[in-house]
Design a protein around this ligand. Structure first.
Ligand code: TRP
Length: 334
């Protein structure tokens, strides 16, 4: 608890260009949650280097992501928006937690298996211990809740196990975090293959709507979205493409899928697809405008980066010192 509020931690990687799926599925919820919880939203750049990155590109994307958090409506004065790499406690706690995590546990992580298959030429130790760094992220801030997608659930479960293991040995040091299960964000699928999640690393750029796509591009991608030959706008498994467009339209307009279906009753895809595009544009346009405005204000963003890194360092150091003392590191001499 900080100031009577529960603590929430989450992070996003600044790799790839964020998609409408990232926005509707995660970022939009982060905004809502930021009003209720004491939130730490990190740009997890240390996680990103488990895969080779171009330094200039990573730096640029990290800044863009942090700016986007603010543009999306998260108040950087009330919440902590910061770069993971600016707070040394992440690496320090991760080292300690490495010593409380078993090889066998890490070997079972499905993301490690997937990523090592994908990057067979660079299966580095960081890729292997990635989940321990993630556990450190969360535990450093004594987070009560962590909103994560299904793909990160296994990592969160591991975090809980590490926290409990540590607490069993040393007493109550860590808050054992819960997955945030509330209103979950919309799960948006690829426009080209509705059986796959819309992804920032999709090889086919027509499958994803990127947050910075201009209106013409959004219109074109929506019009080209894969559908079916049923010809009716119904929300059912058999029509995954249309179902996905209904989800997108509903998430963008705040309607329920049922309301969307009723609205387009008797209409064809030729009418529905442009309406979806317009709904997306009306959500992304203000976000893009705010992002452009903020990006120009270098001094303001720099100020936020500095202030929030200090805040994150302050909060995390408290946990770190406690942990260091518990494991037997000598006290600092003042
Ligand atoms: N591993 C997460 C992802 O790729 C990002 C992440 C890093 C994270 N640390 C975190 C998410 C802590 C939640 C909490 O999506």
């Amino acid at each position: 608890m900080i100031d009577g509020k529960k603590v929430l931690f989450s992070g996003m990687q600044a790799t790839g260009n964020l998609t409408l799926g990232n926005y509707l599925g995660a970022l939009k919820n982060w905004v809502t949650l930021s009003e209720e919880y004491e939130c730490f939203y990190s740009v997890v750049d240390m996680h990103s280097i488990t895969v080779r990155q171009d330094p200039a590109v990573l730096r640029k994307r990290a800044r863009n992501l942090l700016t986007l958090y603010i543009a999306a409506g998260i108040d950087p004065k009330k919440n902590c928006l910061y770069y993971q790499s600016h707070v040394s406690g992440h690496a320090e706690l991760a080292w300690i937690l490495n010593c409380f995590t078993y090889m066998g546990e890490l070997n079972r992580m499905t993301q490690f298996k997937d990523k090592s298959a994908k990057h067979a030429d660079n299966i580095n130790a960081g890729l292997f211990t990635y989940p321990v760094l993630m556990a450190a992220d969360i535990l450093l801030y004594q987070a009560d809740v962590v909103p994560v997608g299904i793909d990160q659930m296994q990592h969160l479960e591991l975090t809980r196990n590490i926290a409990e293991r540590f607490n069993n040995i040393y007493g109550d040091v860590f808050t054992v975090p819960e997955a945030y299960i509330g209103k979950v964000g919309a799960k948006i699928m690829s426009l080209q293959d509705p059986s796959k999640k819309m992804s920032k690393s999709d090889e086919n750029p027509n499958g994803s709507i990127y947050l910075m796509d201009d209106p013409d591009t959004i219109m074109r991608k929506c019009k080209r979205a894969v559908t079916d030959s049923e010809g009716c706008i119904a929300y059912r498994e058999e029509q995954p493409g249309i179902r996905n467009l209904i989800d997108i339209y509903s998430a963008c307009t705040g309607k329920t899928p049922q309301e969307t279906v009723a609205e387009f009753d008797g209409k064809g895809y030729g009418e529905f697809k442009p309406a979806v595009a317009e709904a997306v544009i009306s959500v992304l346009k203000p976000l893009q405008d705010e992002f452009a405005r903020l990006s120009k204000d270098k001094a303001y963003i720099d100020g936020i980066i500095k202030e929030n890194a200090e805040k994150a360092s302050y909060v995390s150091t408290k946990t770190l010192r406690k942990v260091q003392r518990k494991v037997g590191f000598p006290d600092r001499v003042r």
